[in-house]
Design a protein around this ligand. Structure first.
Ligand code: BES
Ligand code: MN
Ligand code: ZN
Length: 500
């Protein structure tokens, strides 16, 4: 990732390749515009008029050779109406302008965007959003494109300007937070984007081990250890695959010794063909993303260790492929899970809940303070919410409300679906304790009902990231492919919790 620093001072003193200043709707300049206006001998408005710059949100104009300017170019970035701005709109503006500057060959640039009034937000909040936008916006996954020069980054250093006299220390801390969160998100994106032949359960295990750290202990169980531990539901799904499963356990102790950890559980299905209940061929390639829940967990651990957050965490990742080998588990099979709950398999494509049953039961046994799970669990969630929000279900009101607040703040949003008792009817089995599908209706809810059977009475929240974990069109702050959904959400949740 490129370097980002904060500096308190004025736009007219910056001698970079480019200095980016905001322009509000109606061609209204802000602080940096006025400062440049002075040193450029009042030339700015006529330059702006010449290039027909109106301040429309997202529209940028580059002014070359403005006399008196120390920077090679002044980039005027339309920010629309100030009262309509939000932290996320600021994040998008930063992402967009960073990509444009990079494509235009600028190497050192200054951004004067924190001078915008964004509701009641502090300078640090704005600096964090800007830095996140730059780092998230510049992300690309191009390691398999062998013509390197096509993708080379030219942008090297971004200076985020704040006003002289504003709190530099808190702005610098904001950049640190943004860096850890963006690196965690981009790591989750990388894992998601890796193809299924590379990102196997063993690969996820290796990636987890690489995160090991003074406060972070990582254990990766191979098939033998999984058999010994008795993670039978994971083994059942793994039967159709020639690749060994993995069960990853991560313990981070940044908080008080003995404090119950927050458990983060992530679905690590490295390729989901559906098994014997095979999926249709269209877009089946996208099922390499079925491990994005585990990628979110790994991204969060990466960010938390970078920040040394004072919190205790337990990470649990069950990982396998779901394929159709001759030993594959079949519709009609009954599995006795790790917890002892018997599961009638009606559809082998509802495998996520099956492997999560062992992971959640294991996590619950460790007596965590609460459990949050991340899973690309149901197509029904994509139908219900599309790509704009992850499904949120769970048993603990306080936890759910806090996740909603963080989701809105970080713009990694969630929307709650009900987990009414009555839905549990749908997963009752005639011959086992529960069945792994609940019929046509309320598919995301019945999947969560299934999970709820394995978390005891612990506070628990389930995030169905099926619609948000990847985006084949790309979005304002995310390239095509994995988005890193869940990382910003839970990082904000943890940061607010420990109040650093
Ligand atoms: N990984 C899929 C869910 C999924 C589908 C995520 C499409 C993103 C896009 C999951 O394992 C699955 O196949 N679920 C089934 C469950 C059904 C058989 C009850 C589904 O949603 O169709
Ligand atoms: Mn499936
Ligand atoms: Zn799946």
């Amino acid at each position: 990732m490129i370097e980002i620093v904060v500096k308190a001072g004025q736009a007219d003193k910056q001698s970079d390749d480019a200095v980016v200043i905001p322009l509000l709707k109606g061609s209204e300049m802000t602080l940096s515009g006025h400062a440049l206006q002075k040193v450029t001998d009042q030339a700015l408005p006529s330059f702006l008029a010449k290039c027909d710059s109106t301040g429309k949100y997202g529209e940028s104009k580059t002014l070359y050779g403005v006399p008196g300017s120390l920077a090679d170019r002044i980039v005027v970035l339309g920010c629309g109406e100030e009262k309509l701005l939000s932290l996320h709109k600021l994040r998008i503006l930063a992402a967009k302008i960073a990509r444009e500057l990079d494509a235009g060959g600028a190497t050192h640039v200054s951004l004067c965007l924190s001078e915008l009034n964004v509701g009641e937000t502090s300078v640090a909040d704005k600096v964090q959003a800007i830095a996140e936008g730059v780092w998230l916006g510049l992300y690309s996954f191009d390691k398999y494109q062998t013509k390197k020069e096509l993708n080379e980054r030219r942008l090297q250093k971004v200076t985020v300007m704040i006003e002289a006299g504003q709190d530099l220390t808190s702005a610098q801390r904001a950049v640190e937070l943004a860096q850890a969160i963006a690196a965690g998100t981009n790591f989750a994106r990388d894992l998601g984007n890796e193809p299924g032949n590379i990102c196997t359960p063993a690969y996820l295990g290796e990636q987890a081990l690489r995160l090991s750290h003074a406060q972070l202990n990582v254990t990766v169980m191979d098939k033998k250890a999984i058999e010994k531990a008795g993670f039978t539901a994971l083994l059942a799904v793994n039967q159709g695959s020639a690749k060994e499963p993995r069960f990853i356990v991560m313990k981070y102790e940044g908080g008080k010794a003995g404090d119950a950890p927050i458990a983060l559980v992530g679905k690590g299905l490295t390729f989901d063909a559906g098994g014997i209940s095979i999926k249709p061929g269209t877009q089946m390639d996208e099922m390499k993303f079925d491990m994005c829940g585990s990628a979110a967990v790994l991204g969060i651990f990466k960010a938390v260790t970078a920040l040394n957050l004072p919190v205790n965490l337990l990470g649990v990742i069950p990982s396998t492929e779901n394929l159709l080998g001759s030993a594959a588990y079949k519709p009609g099979d009954i599995i006795t899970s790790y917890k002892g709950v018997t599961i009638e398999i009606l559809n082998t494509d509802a495998e996520g809940r099956v492997i999560l049953s062992d992971a959640l039961a294991y996590a619950a046994e460790q007596k965590p303070a609460e459990i949050i799970d991340f899973a690309t669990l149901t197509g029904a969630c994509v139908v219900a919410l599309g790509g704009q929000a992850s499904g949120l279900l769970g048993t603990d009101k306080g936890l759910k409300e806090a996740l909603k607040v963080s989701g809105d703040y970080a713009h990694d949003r969630v929307w709650e679906l009900p987990l009414f008792e009555e839905y549990q009817e749908q997963i009752k089995s005639e011959i086992a304790d529960i069945k792994n599908t609940g019929g046509k209706e309320a598919g995301s809810i019945t999947a969560a009902c299934f999970l709820s059977r394995f978390v005891d009475d612990l506070p628990w929240a389930h995030l169905d990231i099926a619609g948000t974990a990847w985006n084949m069109k790309g979005s304002d702050i995310s390239a095509k492919g994995a988005t890193g959904a869940g990382v910003r959400l839970v990082m904000d949740y943890l940061i607010k919790k420990v109040d650093v």
